[in-house]
Ligand binder design. Structure first.
Ligand code: GYE
Length: 318
């Protein structure tokens, strides 16, 4: 038994003896969610609510509708309510220093889920539970590079639909993808624009891409499945075949992507798991119990090309 573990157990026994009144009190977590912009997000919300119920945690849930100011308000209200733990999935990376300092001053631990923040003082949060978005971008590009290799000499013009401007997944998925295609003469990004992670915007921006570049577009790289699904509609309405005339590469691995792959309309989706609820509940309990947590808890994920979609579909949970 390590010293820290022994100290923890001793502490827990002391607490148990002194504070049986506390024992019955459920843990209260204030959670500020990004919004309901995608299938991924909906599954993430369900996972967190279900896990809270199962863990006997009282969850105060606030939907920020993709706006940072709403998240700041929600966090301030959680501080005022003296919740035990604040958790949130930050819509964008920057601009959190002030409100996180307020949480720290109130001695309320903060756990980040899904998306990272850009703060100079890393002690402003306990841990980040979520995916490696840079690696997801690399995985998408590696799949595409392998695909292109089978048609030597051909150049693939790529259009890119970015996620929410300033968000960790949009920044990182772009970085990882560009890192891998750099110096590859077959792969070239000809247009890139945000479509805010939604289907409606994905369709709208793809329509504009098609108007400007039409048949010279060979590949769509979308930072999430919802934008890809919206773009697929635009491509079909333009009289082209998604998955054939335009190769579709996307990220998340939600059911909608598997359905598109089974219809031959999408070529690959890189998995990003939204099922973070159980890990969040465990981390919140641990932090309140005084257990040390790693600064980063990374989710395990795979890549699903269209060929395996039908076989994998029954196993998908989101
Ligand atoms: O990929 C997208 C959602 O932050 C990982 O947010 C998440 C992203 C996810 O809107 O669908």
């Amino acid at each position: 038994m390590t010293l820290t573990r022994r100290t923890f157990i001793a502490g827990a026994i002391a607490l148990g003896l002194a504070g049986s009144a506390y024992a019955a009190k459920p843990l209260v977590i204030g959670f500020s969610q990004v919004g309901a912009e995608s299938e991924w997000r909906t599954a993430n919300t369900v996972s967190i609510k279900d896990a809270a119920k199962k863990a006997g945690v009282t969850l105060k849930f606030a939907d920020a509708q993709q706006r940072q100011e709403n998240q700041v308000k929600a966090i301030r209200s959680f501080i005022a309510q003296k919740v035990d733990v604040i958790a949130f999935s930050p819509v964008v990376e920057s601009g959190w220093d002030t409100v996180l300092r307020e949480a720290k001053a109130a001695k309320i631990p903060v756990i980040l889920t899904d998306r990272d923040v850009n703060v100079a003082d890393k002690s402003l949060y306990v841990t980040l539970i979520g995916s490696d978005f840079v690696e997801e971008g690399r995985r998408a590009a590696r799949w595409l590079a392998d695909y292109a290799k089978k048609q030597p000499g051909k150049t693939f013009n790529i259009v890119e639909l970015q996620g929410t401007v300033g968000s960790a997944p949009a920044i990182d998925r772009k970085t990882g993808f560009e890192e891998v295609i750099k110096g590859n003469p077959q792969l070239k990004i000809i247009r890139t624009q945000t479509a805010e992670f939604t289907r409606a915007k994905g369709k709208e921006v793809m329509e504009a891409f098609l108007k400007a570049n039409g048949r010279s577009i060979n590949v769509l790289y979308a930072h999430n499945d919802d934008m890809a699904i919206g773009a697929i509609q635009a491509i079909e309405e333009a009289g082209l075949k998604p998955g054939k005339d335009i190769v579709i590469v996307s990220i998340d691995g939600v059911k909608g992507a598997f359905e598109a792959m089974m219809l031959g309309k999408m070529n690959v989706s890189v998995e990003c798991s939204p099922l973070l609820g159980p890990q969040l509940m465990q981390a919140a309990k641990d932090v309140v119990a005084g257990k040390p947590l790693p600064k980063r808890i990374v989710t395990e994920e795979k890549v699903f090309p269209a060929e395996v979609a039908a076989k994998e579909f029954p196993n998908r949970k989101y």
